[in-house]
Design a protein around this ligand. Sequence first.
Ligand code: PEP
Length: 276
Amino acid sequence: MPKRLEIDWQWPKLLKSKVFFDRSAATTMRKKLVVGNWKMHGRLESNRGLLEGVRDAAITSCEVAVCVSYPYIAQAQSILADSGVTWGAQNCSEYDLGAYTGEVAPAMLADFGCRYVLLGHSERRTLYGETDAVIAAKFGAARAAGLTPILCVGETLTERVAGETLAVIDRQLAAVLNTAGVEALRKTVLAYEPVWAVGTGRTATPDQVQEVHAAVRAKIAAASPAVADGIQILYGGSVKPQNARELFAKTDVDGGLIGGASLVLNDFLAICRATN
Ligand code: PEP
């Protein structure tokens, strides 16, 4: 008997949406992942303490990664190589090479052992005007270089209040899916980051997060149940040691993308440990 998979393709107002994803069909045990986004913070000396501390903590309850500023990727590589902790960048060019002064090609990141690259972070979208189309192009370029994109999506407060949360996320996801196809999500991480929660100290409630994550997974399941089952969907937005466990306990929350708290070693480690 085929399992029920029912999606409201129109993604109406969040509270009215009807989204079902039959979990009895799911087979994958997704490992939790916690990624630190250092943003434009860090210097050689302070980085060393953080990187060595994360490395030496030898966390096993989840995968751990840090996305550092470009100049410090080599430092991350030298300290984290051969540890269980992986590293990545916070952005990359959509181009492979050429006359793009100031840009960094995905293959350059791969040269320094990056596994991940953040794409579509709300700060890139709002402060640097990155459009869905640019992010989709970066996504394709990153994958072609063997990187795993961490694709960030999320709504502003105005959009949430207007009931447009899922419509916004649908648009952001569709830009990538329409160019790369659903299979490209096999080696992709998604991060739901409501813009109103990023760097504000205001966290979405676990139920709000679960609702969006479940809807995103169901949307992907409509195209490929296997991809939906396997993809890690992280939550980001003022995750702290105090709220991490409750967020990570939700069925469709596969870990976190951590900004401010990733700069404080003990806080970051406590958040990682909240995945157990
Ligand atoms: C982020 O920068 O991706 C983020 C979630 O930041 P913060 O944890 O500080 O809200």
